[in-house]
Design a protein around this ligand. Structure first.
Ligand code: FES
Length: 81
């Protein structure tokens, strides 16, 4: 089973706990959740307005490339193949 979850943050939330600051992942890419592991660096050059998907190796693709929308040049209506 899998699912796609949208994350808009490109960095961690910094939470003070006593005299410590804990970085909590908000980008969704950390392999050490709930903590930030620096993986959010992969989001630095994302383009505004584009939704991306990342695989387990943090290889990035545009969601529109995976699931072309009706306005996309890549869209093929059902039954057109
Ligand atoms: S905010 Fe997700 S890895 Fe840093």
């Amino acid at each position: 089973m899998s699912r796609i979850i949208r994350h808009d943050a490109t960095g961690p939330a910094l939470i003070e706990i006593g005299d410590k600051v804990v970085a909590v992942c908000q980008c969704g890419l950390s392999r050490n959740k709930p903590f930030c592991d620096g993986s959010h660096r992969a989001t630095k050059d994302e383009s505004p307005g584009v939704v991306y998907a990342y695989d387990a190796e943090q290889k990035r693709v545009s969601v529109d490339d995976l699931f072309p929308s009706p306005g996309s040049k890549r869209f093929a209506p059902p039954g057109s193949h």
